[in-house]
Design a protein around this ligand. Structure first.
Ligand code: ADP
Ligand code: MG
Length: 382
């Protein structure tokens, strides 16, 4: 199969209109491509910066056909794309990542089976889909976390359990859908590696990002992660092995746990750019979004070398709320007062608690400088 490069000027399609899509569209436009978004929200962050917006559901056949006819290559910005939609598109145009790769990452059990099959380390776990599964559960998995196999994100769809009685209750609370019970592991750090691969088989990884969550949502990412060189090399090599084994085309994020004993475990995969990779925009020669554009157009991948230290702060809708519950617009001039802080706002109209509204990347020529800036920005905006 030949992989003709798709040159700037061509139309690229995007399924999904969130902030990851917005930054993809900005990178594509910078490279001279024209972007068409399929997304039903008329005010979607990606639609606001794209040349064309098909305002329809992801399952709308005529919209999918329009997208397929217009675009030489189509990509996605979220993992729960209906498989049928990808199939319709794949008959008309190039689609990356492929439906096959996306479907593995849509199910935590399929994902763990795949990872184990290629020798990537995962947490001890088992399927919980019936009362019988609970009856047969291995006591060694307690204390554990019960997670729905599908559709969980930002800590949603998971409950911590200490014994069989709690497991039964949690399974009922989650609606008795297919779940996975994972052993609670003693985490030292959570890190992630973003990898990109093109159809010619070229694969790259970004420096490891260290991630701190608050209430299940990513709060801060520090790049590079404060881990040993050996751990960083190992995480990057596992990520590369994963994209190669999937014959993956596009950008994929691998979330890892580093345990207290130094062991590295793969937590989960995301078949798209990732929140923990926003800082590649300022921090690296090429960003994760540049790589997404390059991969889907059969171009050589960009250099992922980090050129400045970064600390990324997520901005959630909570910032719009005063302690008394009243809403106000945050003082962005307080952020812009810091010359090393790069403010990204996603243009979402309605600030809600827990909603990702933007992020700030603090840069520095040393890790300390980037961290100092981040702490000052945090102080300034509360
Ligand atoms: P989500 O899809 O919501 O991001 P994750 O599987 O990544 O779900 O879990 C969310 C968070 O819960 C993780 O970032 C980690 O902090 C914690 N967690 C998940 N699984 C485990 C585990 N097996 N042991 C310890 N902590 C865990
Ligand atoms: Mg996660």
């Amino acid at each position: 199969m030949t992989h003709e490069p798709i040159l700037p000027g061509a139309w690229l399609g995007l399924l999904g209109g969130g902030q990851l899509g917005r930054m993809f569209a900005q990178a594509a436009a910078t490279l001279g491509y024209r972007v068409c978004v399929l997304e039903k929200d008329p005010h979607a962050p990606a639609a606001a910066v794209s040349e064309m917006h098909l305002c329809a559901a992801y399952t709308d056949r005529s919209a999918l056909e329009k997208l397929g006819e217009k675009c030489l290559s189509v990509t996605t910005e979220f993992e729960n794309v209906p498989a049928d939609s990808l199939e319709i598109l794949a008959k008309m145009t190039k689609v990356s990542p492929a439906a096959k790769s996306v479907s593995i990452t849509q199910d935590r059990l399929d994902e763990k089976s795949f990872l184990s099959s290629i020798g990537a380390p995962v947490a001890p776990h088992c399927l919980i889909a019936s009362a019988q599964d609970i009856e047969n559960v291995d006591e060694n998995l307690f204390p554990g976390i019960l997670k729905t196999a599908r559709l969980g994100y930002d800590g949603k769809g998971q409950i911590r359990v200490k014994n069989k009685a709690e497991l039964t209750e949690a399974f009922n609370t989650l609606g008795r859908v297919k779940c996975v019970l994972e052993k609670m592991l003693p985490l030292w750090r959570e890190v992630s590696v973003i990898s990109a691969r093109n159809a010619m088989g070229e694969a790259t990884t970004f420096p490891v990002s260290e991630n701190e969550h608050r209430d299940g949502i990513l709060a801060v990412s520090i790049m590079p992660a404060r881990i040993s060189q050996e751990q960083a090399d190992k995480a990057r090599s596992i990520a590369k092995h994963i994209v190669n084994s999937l014959d993956y085309v596009g950008v994929l994020c691998v979330e890892f746990f580093i345990l207290e004993n130094g062991e590295i475990i793969v937590n989960e995969l995301a078949p798209r750019p990732h929140n923990s990779g926003h800082a590649t925009i300022e921090g690296c020669i090429s960003s994760q979004y540049d790589q997404q554009v390059r991969a889907m157009t059969n171009m050589p991948l960009g250099d992922t070398t980090q050129i400045q230290y970064t600390v990324m702060l997520n901005i959630l809708g909570n910032l719009w709320f005063k302690p008394d519950g009243n809403k106000f617009e945050p003082d962005w001039d307080k952020v812009l007062a810091f010359p090393h802080a790069k403010l990204h706002l996603y243009g979402k109209l309605d600030a809600r608690k827990g909603r990702k509204m933007g992020h700030i990347t603090c840069v520095g020529s040393t890790p300390e400088e980037a961290m100092k800036c981040a702490l000052q920005v945090c102080d300034a905006i509360g």
